[in-house]
Design a protein around this ligand. Structure first.
Ligand SMILES: NC(=O)c1ccc[n+]([C@@H]2O[C@H](COP(=O)([O-])OP(=O)(O)OC[C@H]3O[C@@H](n4cnc5c(N)ncnc54)[C@H](OP(=O)(O)O)[C@@H]3O)[C@@H](O)[C@H]2O)c1
Length: 325
């Protein structure tokens, strides 16, 4: 089969379409003929040699795909050959075929096309488990979502708005801010021009937000603490501006805040299965009723993976970038 191979891993990596052996499903896994793969920031880090796959995962890039089930591993009874699915992976998506544990497989939501469904697994597994499992977002609470125009951000804004939360967000250009507001953000703050702490405080009568979803870290850590409401929860899924910061923890104590952080990729299949069940129960009906939609920035062919990565490196995109096999 065809698959992308990373040549010269490091800052000047190249993505090359090459021949690779077709994987075989192990017990409890399915083989998928890939229609499309979603790009994730983690793929860039892996190609640069900064984020190795967890033990046992494919060395091939790619954390999510959509496609058709082509074969079943031993003991798989819940899925049929030919079924259209979308899947969270620990690796292997930039290829014609990949395998996945059944716990990470979801049906393509009714009304969503097969290619577009590749934009769903990583964002909704991540957003659900961070906002609802980790940060315990409760009905009526207010949220601040950093990186609103990212794959993750565009999903988080829509999900929060559909569930009735006031969602504030940050993004780096006027065009990105406008897109976030069209997706349902109550107010998108251009972080190049405005201070999100001031704006959010002003819009909430000085109270702040109950939950913050952050992928920036660095100097945002202290500012998140400043804009959190009493009993607020701040959950980090990345620290793009830096893993270290000098922090005054006084307001954490006084406002009874929780600082949280989680990753998804290295969780066990059982843990991922619990998130999959929640996503299928809570998010899939919103997709099937058209209340939320995959946000697709651009689709490249698998052979053009290098150009797709270049677009993500420049952060020109709004929503998800996809590769079609
Ligand atoms: N922990 C987990 O389980 C998990 C799972 C999935 C994703 N993630 C992480 O979540 C992040 C988003 O993933 P993605 O695939 O959706 O990536 P993406 O679409 O490439 O988005 C990256 C976002 O980060 C924003 N950003 C970067 N540097 C910034 C800065 N200094 N200040 C403010 N915003 C900044 C960019 O916004 P501008 O262009 O407007 O600056 C962009 O919206 C990535 O860091 C990824 O590694 C973590």
């Amino acid at each position: 089969m065809k698959a992308i191979r990373v040549e010269n891993p490091g800052p000047d990596y190249r993505l090359v379409l090459d021949e690779a052996s077709k994987p075989a499903p192990k017990p409890g896994e399915v083989l998928i003929k890939v229609a499309a793969a979603g790009l994730n920031h983690a793929d860039l880090a892996q190609a640069q040699g900064r984020y190795p796959p967890p033990p046992g995962a494919s060395e091939v890039l790619g954390l999510e795909v959509s496609g058709e089930i082509a074969a079943l591993g031993e003991g798989v009874a819940d899925f049929k050959v030919g079924e259209q699915v979308c899947v969270l992976l620990a690796g292997g998506g930039y290829a014609e075929y990949c395998t996945a544990p059944v716990e990470c497989v979801l049906p393509v939501p009714k009304g969503i096309d097969l290619v577009g469904a590749a934009a769903l697994p990583e964002v909704y597994f991540t957003v659900w488990t961070n906002l609802f499992d980790a940060a315990r977002l409760a009905p009526g609470e207010r949220v601040l979502i950093h990186g609103g125009s990212s794959g993750i951000g565009t999903a988080a804004i829509q999900l929060c708005a559909a569930r009735g939360h006031d969602a504030f967000t940050t993004a780096g250009t006027a065009e990105k801010c406008a897109a976030c507001e069209r997706l349902g953000a109550k107010r998108a703050i251009n972080y190049q021009e405005e201070d999100f702490v001031e704006v959010v405080k002003q819009l909430t009568g000085g109270r702040g937000v109950d939950v913050i979803l952050d992928m920036v870290g660095g100097d945002y850590i202290q500012r998140n603490i400043a804009v959190a409401a009493l009993w607020g929860r701040i959950v980090n899924i990345a620290y793009q501006s830096g893993m270290t910061a000098t922090v005054n923890f006084g307001p954490v104590l006084m406002k009874r805040l929780s600082l949280l952080a989680t990753t998804l990729r290295a969780r066990t299949n059982v843990e991922k299965g619990a998130v999959r069940d929640a996503v299928q129960r809570e998010v899939w009906p919103l997709l099937e009723s058209g209340k939320i939609k995959p946000v697709i920035d651009r689709t490249f062919s698998l052979a053009d993976a290098q150009a797709a990565h270049a677009r993500m490196h420049k952060s020109e995109h709004i929503g998800k970038i996809l590769l079609t096999a």
